[in-house]
Design a protein around this ligand. Structure first.
Ligand code: NDP
Ligand code: 2IT
Length: 448
């Protein structure tokens, strides 16, 4: 049995209750084998056995009081996965589906994603099964303060720098930062995604969505075309989806669908983005409301968006495992050229395989959504320097980073001659490129 397979088998035996983590590990360990073959010293140093094991896992109780005076209790997590190339860095997810396996999958992906950014950041992730939906601002604040009361013992500007993710946006980052400052009496860049008047970076809000579209544009360029005149499907209607839509529109593409966890809208005239922003960012409402004010749009309850549209480009930007095998078949049948993941692991392994083998040019999330964390690292740099860069400066750096990620993934795929369906295998390419930098750093730092 090959080294990667052996470690994966052991991992499956040890963590039967963490399917998302096993899925993420499977994708990496099955695709980096060519690099492992080229570096037998990794096996001798049990490098993979170490890389699949978080350096530290913190789990804690988060008690808070709701508006009715009732005590509520949630579970909090921070997985500090790997610090070989920098302080732990990664978002905080607030969603009822959060559990240890989900945070481990996200933290594991983050190691390789952060490595791909070219910036000095290690991998981590955290969150809670708290659901901000339907809670008052004061309830969200009391939760965030309680969560940070414990988390503050484990993080710091040079130790571990959390940020947003699903359910954690500007409001939550503000409440958490306020509590950290109060507890520690230091003003430092301990979180990213901060408000613009108190240490946040311009373009961080837009960064994940913009970065996704910048890399998808590189993919289209390789195919001899561009976003101009292309029809695009985007799932989700949150931070990543909204700014992906904005950038696609700026580049001349037409986005015809967006969604949330209740359902999706299709507007063949093209999504009216300011209307979506009003519903989601201002009113914290549901995507269904879009159809109430747009006669050209139709609302569909439930999932299934990918099977209802004929698009050139698909950008899944909601959550893990939202693009399944039947969706992949529909996309292939409808002639989709490019799929680039805005969310973390939105495409199942089976669907990914199908898309790739049928000639769809596919970019995995750890490469295509890395613009968010990359810009977080730029926020850290600005905080350390105590100055701030213009929107244009940050956006230009983001664009350069996404092009370099594209080049890293394609170069690794070319180096090992990895293709699928007649296209470069960018899943393997991105995994190998991200892995190699971390592996080399770990080898140089001894057994730790
Ligand atoms: P938001 O909370 O802003 O938006 C999430 C969107 O996805 C919402 O429309 C939400 O709908 C939908 N969604 C969430 N969970 C589910 C579910 N179980 N089923 C269907 N739809 C769901 O989060 P982000 O936009 O920040 O994150 C989206 C994805 O991008 C996540 O996978 C995240 O990990 C990833 N990501 C985010 C980065 C960032 O900088 N924010 C960076 C890199 C990756 P509803 O409102 O109904 O819950
Ligand atoms: O998944 C991710 O990369 C994020 N949620 C962003 C993390 C960050 O630290 O900006």
């Amino acid at each position: 049995m090959k080294y990667g397979e052996r470690v994966l088998e052991e991992l499956k035996k040890n963590h039967p209750g963490e399917p998302e983590f096993i899925q993420a590990a499977t994708e990496v360990l099955e695709t980096i084998q060519p690099a492992l073959d080229a570096h037998p010293e990794y096996e001798a140093a049990s490098l993979l056995e170490r890389i699949v094991e978080p350096e530290r896992v913190v789990m804690f109780r988060v008690p808070w009081v709701d508006d009715n005076g009732k005590v509520q209790v949630n579970r909090g997590y921070r997985v500090q996965f790997n610090s070989a190339i920098g302080p732990y860095k990664g978002g905080l997810r607030l969603h009822p589906t959060v559990n240890l396996g989900v945070i481990k999958f996200l933290g594991f992906e983050q190691i390789f994603k952060n490595s791909l950014t070219t910036l000095p950041i290690g991998g981590g992730k955290g969150g809670s099964d708290f659901d901000p939906k339907g809670k008052s601002d004061m309830e969200v604040m009391r939760f965030c303060q309680s969560f940070m009361t414990e988390l503050s013992r484990h993080i710091g500007a040079d130790t571990d720098v959390p940020a947003g993710d699903i359910g954690t946006g500007a409001r939550e980052i503000g409440f958490m930062f306020g509590q950290y400052k109060r507890l520690k009496n230091v003003y430092e860049g301990v979180l990213t995604g901060k408000g613009l008047t108190w240490g946040g970076s311009l373009a961080r809000t837009e960064a994940t969505g913009y970065g996704l579209v910048y890399i998808a544009a590189e993919m289209l360029k390789e195919l001899g075309t561009s976003f101009e005149g292309k029809t695009v499907a985007i799932s989700g209607a949150g931070n990543v989806a909204i700014y992906a839509c904005q950038k696609v529109q700026q580049l001349g593409g037409k986005v015809i669908t967006m969604s949330d966890s209740n359902g999706f809208v299709i507007d063949e005239n093209g999504i009216d983005l300011p209307a979506v922003q009003e519903i989601k960012e201002v009113k914290r409402g549901r995507i269904k409301e879009y159809a109430d004010t747009h006669p050209s749009a139709k609302y569909y309850e439930g999932a299934g968006l990918w099977q209802k549209v004929k698009v050139d480009v698909a950008l899944p930007c909601a959550t893990q495992n939202e693009l399944l095998i039947d969706d992949a078949k529909a996309l292939v049948a409808n002639g989709t050229l490019v799929v680039a993941e805005g969310a973390n692991m939105p495409t199942t392994l089976e669907a990914t395989q199908y898309l790739q083998e049928n000639g769809v040019y596919f970019m995995p999330g750890k490469a295509s959504n890395a613009g968010g964390v990359a810009t977080s690292a730029l926020e850290m740099s600005q905080n350390s320097q105590r100055l701030s860069w213009t929107f244009e400066e940050v956006d230009a750096k983001l664009h350069g980073i996404m092009v370099s990620i594209y080049n890293a993934a394609t170069s690794a795929a070319k180096q090992y001659n990895l293709t699928k369906g007649g296209k470069l295998d960018l899943v393997a390419g991105a995994n190998i490129a991200g892995f190699m930098k971390v592996a080399e750093a770990m080898m140089q730092q001894g057994i730790c």
